[in-house]
Design a protein around this ligand. Structure first.
Ligand code: C2O
Ligand code: CU
Length: 528
């Protein structure tokens, strides 16, 4: 009613009284959850009790959520909290002062790859310029999928002397459903070749908002819907300018990236394939999936027009040959809806170099500025700063970088000396992406896009390339900055940004967050 009443009482209002959204019998009702009014709204407080019955520790991270004044609910073990031990519950409690397409996932080891992920959609009926444009909205997740759990895959990858590739996915899922060739020797006895594809219904002439989230551990995708163009209207919480450049046939998406697009149901009544495709030259190429032609590997869903039969689509894919794989969507397609140039006066500047080296077990690991990140679970960085007011006691292997200028402008230059790309995610912020391209010589990085650059929270640094980002230091706390390829996280491609320790150390850690570390430490001691 804090929203409804002021709307009703607004000067000049001539509409009806507020109209109910649902009906309850004894407090319970039915609702079409794909409706745009389901879920959370900007301004809501989310209180989420996580009851851990997994048989192992866990944490939940709310990807893209700023966590202002609640750094300890960001869900990063070793940086913002202790892991939640098995058998213990922990309540996350934070306010949504933003809106858009987000997701949540475990941040404990590679656990999210085993399925602990979901979408987190925050609506904004007041200020979203595209809020009322669509008949309905759908959330689509696209993801790689592994037939072994990470409890098998990770130890293999980390075994002394291992020289192979990172784990390669076995299949692709669209909204949790995929296709698999069950006659393949690796299929296993649970293989089901008749799973219905993810299906989305539309009515001729109407517009639909699709929120697409790449929840992969590893995979880059080309996402498309046969015979339909997609108009990009949101990138990771920021509405996008309404231009012709924002209309695409194929959407490139790296791990953890999100877009909202509008699809207009303007084609003949029929069924059309929805496709998530890993290009051949983007690592990794899945094993044993069907649709395994020479160029691509893909999974399909179905766009179903009301009135169409139930036969499989006969539509054909958009050509991918002319697209450059493994790169983010062209910057001109996704300019912020409202012009918002980044500040030009920098207060803090960092240059991070990504390299590879062999650790003491002769396993190849990743380094940022010659240091591979090592997590310390039982003594989170933010709690140490709240106790000490600084981060002097951090080990160099914890890749901590501090800056202490209130509302200053921080610039990070990320240089990738490796041959493959890395989708980097910054916690606690969105950033302006002011440069992205080939080359790793900082001397050549002199021209920046400062006019109306893309704003997002996950951007891909190309192989032997760079990105340069800027953001405002308006959120004291400890924020992870890492490649979102989960195998690379486990191999150390992680930094922690210590934002305004002086101000942060004045905040008060809630008792339940403190108690969690006590519980975690005793769970560790029991096991010893
Ligand atoms: Cu989506 Cu550090 O996470
Ligand atoms: Cu990476």
């Amino acid at each position: 009613t804090s929203v409804l009443l002021p709307l009703r009482m607004a000067p000049g209002y001539t509409g009806l009284n507020p109209v109910p959204d649902a009906i309850l019998i004894s407090g319970r009702g039915q609702y079409n959850c794909s409706s745009p009014t389901a879920g959370t709204n900007k301004g809501d407080r989310l209180v989420i009790k996580v009851i851990n019955s997994l048989g192992e520790a866990a944490t939940i991270h709310w990807h893209g959520i700023f966590q202002r004044k609640t750094n300890w609910y960001d869900g990063v073990p070793g940086q913002t909290q202790c892991p939640i031990p098995d058998g213990i519950s922990f309540t996350y409690n934070f306010t949504l002062d933003q809106s858009g397409t987000y997701w949540y996932h475990s941040h404990f080891l590679a656990q999210y790859v085993d399925g602990l992920v979901g979408p987190l959609i925050v609506h904004n009926p007041k200020d979203d310029p595209y809020y009322n444009l669509c008949q309905d909205e759908y959330v689509v997740t696209i993801s790689d999928w592994y037939h072994n759990t990470t409890s098998v895959l990770l130890p293999l990858r980390m075994a002394p002397g291992y020289t192979g590739l990172n784990p390669v996915p076995d299949a692709i899922l669209i909204s949790g459903r995929g296709q698999y060739n069950c006659s393949s020797p690796t299929a296993g006895s649970n293989c089901n070749s008749n799973v219905t594809a993810a299906t989305y219904n539309v009515q001729t002439g109407k517009k639909y908002r699709f929120r697409i989230i790449n929840t992969s551990a590893y995979a880059f995708f080309f996402f498309s819907i046969d015979d339909h163009s997609l108009k990009v209207i949101e990138v990771e919480g920021t509405p996008v300018k309404d231009t012709d450049a924002a209309i695409v046939n194929v959407l490139p998406m790296h791990a953890a990236q999100r877009y909202s697009v509008i699809l207009t149901a303007d084609q003949p009544i029929a069924n059309y394939y929805i496709r998530a495709t890993i290009p051949n030259n983007c690592v990794p190429r899945p094993n044993n999936t069907i649709n395994n032609d020479s160029y691509i590997t893909n999974a399909t869903g179905i766009l179903h027009y009301d009135g169409a039969d139930s036969n499989l689509p006969t539509s054909t894919p958009y050509p991918l040959e002319d697209l450059t794989p493994c790169e983010d969507l062209n910057a001109t397609a996704i300019r912020p809806y409202e012009d918002s140039p980044p500040p030009t006066n920098l207060t803090d500047e960092f240059v991070f170099n990504i390299t590879i080296s062999n650790n003491t077990n002769n396993v190849s690991v990743f380094e940022i500025n010659n240091s591979s990140f090592e997590v310390v679970f039982n003594n989170p960085s933010n709690q140490r700063i709240l106790q000490n007011g600084n981060f002097d006691d951090f080990e160099t292997s914890q890749n901590a970088y501090g800056y202490d200028h209130p509302d200053g402008c921080v610039q990070i230059t990320l240089l990738n000396s490796l041959g493959t790309e890395h989708p980097f995610h910054l916690h606690g912020h969105v950033f302006w992406l002011i440069a992205q391209g080939n080359g790793t010589d900082p001397k050549n990085l002199t021209t920046f896009n400062l006019v109306n650059p893309v704003i997002r929270d996950t951007a891909t640094v190309p192989g032997r390339g760079h990105i340069v980002i800027r953001y405002i230091a308006d959120n004291p706390g400890v924020w992870a900055f890492h490649c979102h390829i989960e195998w690379h996280v486990e191999l150390g491609m992680v930094a922690q940004l210590i934002e305004r320790p002086t101000d942060f150390s004045k905040e008060t850690l809630p008792d339940d967050v403190k108690a969690l570390c006590v519980a975690y430490n005793s769970s560790i001691n029991e096991k010893r």
